[in-house]
Structure formats: structure tokens, C-alpha cells
Design a binder for this molecule. Structure first.
Ligand code: EPU
Length: 342
């Protein structure tokens, strides 16, 4: 019989969060199967403590040591469950890397998630905030997921509707927060390529890369990787968690007023109003490329806060608060963090 998963005390989380913050977990354990997860959840120390499930740690800002149990999801597995003429159902273990799943889908000649290439993090974390980039969102290909209910140890299946996906939102960040642990995700991918070049820079990047005619999913993946590498810092080199804030939505009248004052203000219509790029607002407040000691605002994308090495989580949180205050003062718009601050 396999040994029960170990529960280690006082473990540094430095290599488990993409900001590279050197905080400690009171307890730390890994699980590679639903069985191991259940064994861990049955232990009295784990039952009594707060629990944090960690995937790639790419959407987290630790401002202090974590006094509970960190459970690292390492459930693996990539497989095609079934296919028909048009689509294939692909299941991925929650602990697989998201980009690994994108590469797997390209290797299987399946399309649908190539626009989401190179997003850091794991498959299990993807539905929590309905990851999105370059004209696509997880929900576009999502079929269902399986998650374990912490209080009962039972597995439950959630359809897309039951996940309540929104812009960087799901029920797992809202009403069901901290109640379920995602164990696997099933996507419905297309067997015929469906190139999505709606995001302007993809088309121009394809041209720069010398791709003429209809791009393949692999071409699109390459273009997206090219764009990401040119704008977003690689967490392996510079600590960051991608976009730190969500793009705010304002009412049409509010947008019109601001547009009269700031004619360059970009905006994208959404139901009920206009979405404004937080990066533009932050840049206008003079933050882009600013550095405070070991942390600051990325010089190529103002939405990304960075740890140049040795920064503390509280410093980054304070910087975020100052950015929120200056955007509020200049534009009367409230920014909300996209990362989970602990
Ligand atoms: N802009 C600036 N200054 C900057 C960067 C951007 O003014 O430094 C303005 C420009 O007007 C630009 C607009 O903001 O046209 C939008 O910029 P970009 O296309 O880079 O995207 P974003 O809205 O800043 C969102 C996602 C990213 C995703 C990109 C591409 C959010 C919070 N962020 O950023 O997601 O990669 O679109 O689709 O929605 C992430 O979630 O971690 C993430 C990186």
C-alpha cells in the first residue's frame, strides 16, 4: 500500500508562488490522487486548520506566513475521453500545468485553447477565475469539472452553468469559496481548427512571424506566446502574478464624461456599460515602470506588479493600495485586485 502523504511543518513557500515571496506554511502536504487528498483531509491536524489549495501559485500575494495547511494539488493525467466528428472531450488532472494542456491539445490536433497559451498556473486553478487572454476564455471550451467537497469528502460534477463563470469569476471565488477542491477538468475542443484572431495584435504578430493565409492553432499559439513574452515578465526571472487588477467596468454616462476629458481613453462595450483597461488608468497616473526598492510596476505592462527580488508581500500590497488610491482620485474609478491577497 502506498504510504500516506506526508504533512511537513514550517515549509518555505518561496518556490510555490510566482511572486517568489519567502513566507512559510505552518503545514504543507502534496496529494497526487483523490484518495491521497481524502487521507489528508481525514487527519485531525488538517481538519482543525485553515486550508489553502495551491496549484501553480500564480495568482497569489502572500503578505504573511500561512498559519494553516497548504495542500499542493499534484493530480496528473491528460486523456481524450471521447470524440465525435466535430469535437473531442479532453480530461486533465487539476495538477497538470495549464500550458502543458495547451501543448497536449495542439499535439492532438485539437483547437480551442491555443489563445490561452503560456498562462502560468495549473488546470485546476483555471476555472476558479475563468482564465482569459487574447480573445478567449476558459468558459468557451469548458465542459465540466470534478471537485471534492471538503466537508463530506464526496466528489461532485459541475457543469459550466453550475460554475457561474464571469469575467475572472466563478462560484468557487464566490458562494462556494473554500468549500471544494477541483480534481479534474473536462474541455470540449474542436477537431477542425477555428482560428480566433479577434485580438488585434494576433493578426499583426502573425504577419510579423511570416504566417500568410489561414493560421493553424499552432501558429496562433506561437503568436500569443510571442506577444506574452514581449509584454509580460517571465515569473521564473521576475516575480509577478500577471495582471494584478481586473479591468473595471463603468457606466456609459460615466465613460462619456471621462472620454470628453481624456479623449484617448480606451473602452470596450460590455453588457451594462464599458470596460476600461486598468493598465491605461495606471499608466496615466504615472506608475508604469516605477520602482520602489525591490518591487514596482512592470515597465511594459502597467497592470503587472513585480518583485525584482527580495520584496515583501506587504510592500507589494501597499503599492497596490497607493495605485488604487491614485486611480480613484484622478478618474473616480475603483480598481479591484485580481490576485488573491493572503
Ligand atoms: N495599456 C496601457 N498601458 C499599458 C498596457 C496596456 O495603456 O501598460 C492599454 C492599451 O490601451 C491596451 C489596453 O490597455 O490596448 C489593453 O492592454 P492589453 O491588451 O495588454 O490587455 P489588458 O487589458 O491590460 C488583459 C488581461 C490579461 C490578458 C490580456 C490580453 C485582465 C485583468 N487582464 O490585460 O490577463 O493577457 O488582456 O488578452 O483582464 C492576467 O489575467 O493575469 C492577464 C495577464
Amino acid at each position: 500500500m502506498a504510504p500516506a502523504p506526508a504533512l511537513e511543518p514550517n515549509v518555505s513557500l518561496r518556490s510555490y508562488n510566482t511572486f517568489g515571496l519567502d513566507v512559510k506554511a505552518r503545514w504543507f502536504a502534496r496529494f497526487a490522487s483523490v484518495k491521497e487528498l481524502r487521507e489528508l483531509l481525514n487527519r485531525p491536524e488538517v481538519q482543525a486548520a485553515d486550508k489553502l489549495v495551491l496549484g501553480g501559485g500564480s495568482n497569489l500575494l502572500f503578505t504573511q506566513d500561512y498559519e494553516g495547511v497548504v495542500l499542493k494539488n499534484e493530480i496528473r493525467g491528460l486523456e481524450i475521453l471521447s470524440q465525435n466528428e466535430d469535437t473531442a472531450l479532453v480530461r486533465a488532472g487539476a495538477g497538470e500545468s495549464w500550458h502543458g494542456l495547451v501543448q497536449y491539445s495542439l499535439d492532438q490536433d485539437l483547437s480551442g485553447i491555443e489563445n490561452l497559451s503560456l498562462i502560468p498556473g495549473t488546470v485546476g486553478a483555471a476555472p476558479l477565475q475563468n482564465i482569459g487572454a487574447y480573445g478567449a476564455e476558459l468558459k468557451d471550451t469548458f465542459e465540466q469539472l470534478e471537485a471534492l467537497e471538503i466537508s463530506t469528502g464526496q466528489l461532485r460534477t459541475f457543469s459550466a452553468t453550475e460554475c457561474g463563470f464571469g469575467y475572472r469569476e466563478s462560484v468557487f471565488k464566490g458562494p462556494l469559496k473554500n468549500q471544494f477542491i477541483v480534481t479534474s477538468v473536462v474541455l470540449r475542443l474542436h477537431r477542425q481548427a477555428r482560428p480566433n484572431v479577434s485580438y488585434g495584435a494576433i493578426q499583426t504578430t502573425l504577419e510579423d512571424l511570416g504566417v500568410a493565409g489561414e493560421p493553424t492553432p499552432r501558429h496562433i499559439s506561437e503568436a500569443v506566446m510571442h506577444i506574452r513574452r514581449s509584454k509580460l515578465p517571465d515569473p521564473a526571472q521576475v516575480g509577478n502574478a500577471g495582471s494584478f487588477f481586473k479591468n473595471p467596468e463603468v457606466s456609459q454616462p460615466k465613460y462619456d464624461t471621462l472620454k470628453a476629458q481624456y479623449p484617448d481613453l480606451p473602452g470596450y462595450p460590455v453588457p451594462g456599460g464599458v470596460k476600461v483597461p486598468a493598465a491605461w488608468l495606471i499608466e496615466q497616473c504615472g506608475w508604469k515602470g516605477q520602482r520602489r526598492g525591490q518591487h514596482g510596476v512592470h515597465d511594459k505592462q502597467a497592470l503587472v506588479l513585480v518583485n525584482h527580488g527580495g520584496a515583501q508581500g506587504q510592500d507589494i500590497r501597499d503599492l497596490a493600495h497607493d495605485i488604487i488610491a491614485s486611480v480613484r482620485e484622478k478618474f473616480g474609478i475603483e480598481l479591484h485586485p485580481e490576485v488573491n491577497i493572503l
